[in-house]
Ligand binder design. Sequence first.
Ligand code: TYM
Length: 329
Amino acid sequence: MANILTALQPSGVLHIGNYFGAIEPFVKLQDDGNTNFLFIVDYHAITVPQDPKQLRQNILFAAATYLAAGVDPNKTLLFQQSRVSAHTELAWILNCLTHMGELERMTQFKDKTRNKGESVTVGLFDYPVLMAADILLYDTNIVPVGEDQKQHVELARDIAERFNNRFGETFVIPKPHIRKEGARVMALDDPTSKMSKSAASDKNFLSLMDDEKTVEKKIKAAMTDAEGTIVNRPGRLGVSNLMTIYELVSGKTMAQIEAAFEGKGYAQFKQDLIEQINQFLQPLQQRIHDSLKDHKNLIEILEAGAQKAQAIAEKKMQQVREAIGVKLS
Ligand code: TYM
């Protein structure tokens, strides 16, 4: 028995990196008799400007997507981060244990703020501490995430250890769970950087909602190399990335894919990859659409999850308040 927890931002677009890096690994662990937490980190989302109307839609879309991906509300507490105020309360306490230098070293912060000057918010800087609070509040053992979140989970471990050393055993030390293939799906148009929804070009990523024509256009334009073979070797970034995507959507192994395309070129491989992606996406999109039709049901599921999460989180907060000396009786 373990506590499994992950969270994603409601950013409107979820791409296949998000799906294979975090959602699928979470869903696979969900069935092991574990206690499971999956939430929509709306307070992380507002570290960059959001349109309120769009944000509301994005939250519902995120919930519909997790359900469509196999998240079972009977086994998982599915909720909105903002509905459990203990997340921000604990983040404040952890802020007072976190060093500026630790946050300055976060590579994601450096990437997100390059050339942004004075407009960077304190919230964006503090984002990893809110994430540490998300994780530590629920005695989490395992955090399924993509490679890019590993450093943040390690920071959560460091903060938990510091708290426990100073105030006594309070927090479980969490471990990141990072899959071998798919933990870092690379951009289609630039396989030296990770697939990202905030990229300048939409040819960078495959959205879970892309239609057949869009998938075809993006895969046809995806970067390969001059070698022309379907062989996965270090250094062949574009081809290896496409083969990894093939592996993820089809369930076939790298060896099977190499064997199937021996002696064949990119045109045939890409055509087949387009079909595999569409076969994977279409039933998922259908389930997302079905789920989105019933807003009331989505809100009820999120609310029921929040109620349960609040009760667990409040118990932990009582322990924390007592440990740091602000609880009087
Ligand atoms: P977010 O919303 O940016 O991304 C959600 C999840 O998708 C993974 N991911 C990828 N995986 C593989 N290849 C990619 N190209 C790729 N891009 C993104 C991310 O690693 C992540 O697992 N701070 C987090 C959300 C968060 C959280 C938490 C996660 C807040 N609190 C507590 C775990 C536990 C974030 O912004 O992820």
